[in-house]
Design a protein around this ligand. Sequence first.
Ligand SMILES: [Fe+2]
Length: 250
Amino acid sequence: MAKRRRYLIISDIHANEEALSAVLRSVSRRRYEAIICLGDLIGYGASPNKVTERIRKLDNLKIIRGNHDKVMENEVYMSNFNNSAKIAVKWTKENLEKNNLEYIASLPKGPLEIEEGVIMCHGSPIDEDYYLFSEFDAYQVFERFNFNICFFGHTHYPCIFAQTEAGIVFKNLRGDYYEEVLKKDCRYLINPGSIGQPRDRNPLASFAEYYPETRRFVLRRIPYDINKAAQKILKAKLPENLAHRLRLGT
Ligand SMILES: [Fe+2]
């Protein structure tokens, strides 16, 4: 039987150790060609060291920085952050151990190629800070970049934009499980959702898998100890809304 390769795709962990651990536990028996991490390891959550250490230890990791990782290198990138995010940046910088801070600050900028025709980025291949929300945003990316599939993060909303003969088709990936065989004659922009701070009113951790030989894409949502992650945020005296939003998935 031909070898079936599989990628794990994770994004926007945001220093949420409980969510990351639950996801890694749920896939611990699976072998991956590579683990694709679309950035934002830290920011908002109270476990930046634990999360950074877990990520650093992963085998076959392909990783790029997110906007929250980027500000660890230089706070000048923080100008468009809201107040809670700014407080979290300051707290994270004070609490990250030196070697973890250096690791985060040295993460490469996307886009990166995963394999032929498949790329990864944080916000958009045009700009890592750019939010890909609309069909028009997707259209601009499809026009400017030559890829078949691009995995992106940043918005924390699991979704698919497909460029078809009939135009761009948007799919909001609702529910706790979704799978689709991607068509060979379409192009795709795919967001696996956020592990550590989902914003689509579903508080479960979100991640995805992709099988390049069969073009099968699978999105999963799994429960984790939200209370523990939220309590840690409150105990760290980070803004309270960062704890509450985990429970709400907003
Ligand atoms: Fe993020």
